[in-house]
Design a protein around this ligand. Structure first.
Ligand code: KG4
Ligand code: ZN
Length: 337
């Protein structure tokens, strides 16, 4: 049996996981940094320091829970881009030193690609390329056409802000905390999604890009022109309107692009893929055209190291190892490494 020990530290979650060669998760520990809460966003320098504080302890805990020793591990996997550069460097330096000291391969992974691979952990028997992946995280919104499991082309992306960022910004404006997505989703339950009129960005038929900056401005203008009492009294409806405005273009454009390409499967990936309105709305719209929709279970949607291990597994099997001189970088977008 082969085991991959994987690290994810691209943002504010330190995560360590171990999976076996058949994608079975032995352990997937995620330590979310609460230290940023008081700032209403992530402080990069603080994030790096917290990764340094947690990574060793979390590694020991992961090995213990999996009932394995370091000597049982066959390869080390780590995400090296995109993300906060300091945070990525902590994970990479730790992964490199482990690989070097144990004399085992290091495998590097693009963080966004690993979000897509999270789907393979639970659904690999049913997923068949070609498929269209919608990658929606805190900093990225990309529509990616996979002609094979590893060969892909970006078919559309945001021209400005990301969907997750819009959830986060809206929650911050409303004084609701961070991260905004899950908070707004919870508040939106049972709310009237037509309460606040918000723009529908780039609705044109042949356009597969997204734009959220106009929506962010519209939300800001709306919030700033109402008093706290009004906002508090109507929070449910406001949250439902914001959620609907963010997820509707994602649903429409993804299904339209899938139809244009003639693909039969859509994969949702990234933190925003945890959103129930997006998951259910996408399924409902895709169903009309007999297109299947896959998404990871909730814990595998947001940042975690099991997805890094899953993305590393095909590379491990093909012997596609990284040189120990490899560097992390924060260049945006999905890439094969
Ligand atoms: O992929 P992820 O965990 O980290 C990045 O790589 O950025 O995504 C984080 C993003 C945040 O913007 C967060 O608000 C959003 O995912 N998110 C959600 C939900 N859970 C997390 N957005 C909407 N609904 C959710 N349930
Ligand atoms: Zn992510």
């Amino acid at each position: 049996m082969s085991y991959i020990l994987a690290y994810e530290s691209s943002c504010d979650d330190t995560s360590v996981a171990i999976i076996d060669q058949d994608y079975n998760i032995l352990v997937n520990l995620v330590s979310t940094q609460k230290e940023h809460l008081e700032f209403g966003g992530i402080l990069p320098e603080l994030a790096s320091r917290m990764h340094m504080k947690h990574i060793m302890l979390l590694s020991k805990k992961a090995l213990n829970e999996a009932n394995l020793k370091l000597q049982d591990i066959n390869a080390i996997a780590v995400s090296i881009n995109p993300g906060l550069i300091g945070s990525l460097i902590v994970g990479l330096a730790f992964a490199k030193s482990l690989a070097w000291s144990l004399g085992i391969p290091l495998i590097t992974v693009n963080h966004l690609l690993s979000h897509v691979f999270a789907n393979f952990i639970e659904h690999r028997e049913r997923i068949r390329a070609p498929f269209l992946a919608l990658v929606v995280s805190g900093g990225h919104t990309e529509l990616v056409h996979f002609e094979t499991d590893i060969g892909f082309e970006v078919a559309g992306k945001t021209l400005d802000d990301a969907a997750g960022e819009t959830f986060d910004k809206a929650a911050k404006l409303l004084g609701l905390g961070f991260p905004g997505g899950p908070i707004i989703e919870e508040l939106a339950k049972g709310g009237n999604q037509d309460f606040v009129p918000l723009p529908n960005p780039l609705p044109k038929k042949d356009n597969y890009n997204f734009s959220y900056s106009g929506m962010k401005t519209a939300i800001r203008t709306y919030v700033e022109s109402r008093d706290k009492e009004f906002l508090d009294a109507n929070m449910k409806d406001i949250a439902a309107s914001i959620q609907n405005a963010i997820v509707s273009p994602l649903i429409k454009k993804t299904v339209r692009k899938a139809r244009q390409l003639g693909v039969q499967q859509i994969l949702l990936a990234g933190g925003v893929a945890a959103n129930l309105a997006l998951r259910e709305g996408m399924k409902k719209e895709a169903d009309k055209h007999r297109i299947e929709v896959f998404f990871p279970s909730l814990k595998l949607c947001t940042d975690n190291a099991a997805m890094v291990a899953a993305a590393a597994l095909p590379k491990y099997k093909k012997g596609l190892y990284a040189d120990l001189s490899v560097n992390a970088d924060s260049i945006k977008g999905m890439r094969v490494l």
